[in-house]
Every structure is written in structure tokens, then in C-alpha cells.
Design a protein around this ligand. Sequence first.
Ligand SMILES: [Zn+2]
Length: 60
Amino acid sequence: MAHGAHRTPSLPPHPDLTLARDCELCLGWGTVVTRDGDHELCHSCQPDPLGDQGAAASGT
Ligand SMILES: [Zn+2]
């Protein structure tokens, strides 16, 4: 009966909708959908829950 163990049960954290209100990235949702279809806090308007991720990750 091993079933349903594919998806991570982790629900998206609680975004601060006040911060997300004027955000163009998440359009006020406070969360964004990744390529994997997972929801995660919007990097643009929400404080990083991990604290040390994405600080120097992306470069253009
Ligand atoms: Zn946002």
C-alpha cells in the first residue's frame, strides 16, 4: 500500500500578503510556482525563510 509518497507534503509557507500586494512577480499571491509545479515564497516580496539562499545565486 505504498502510495502517495511522490509529492512532498510540505505546503507553501504563509506569505505576507501585505508585502505581496504591490509585487509584480507574484501578482499579490506572495507565492510563485516553480518549474516543478511547487509553490514557494516569492523571492521578490517575501522574506527568505532560509535566510542564506539565493543571496548570490543568480547572475546575468
Ligand atoms: Zn511577490
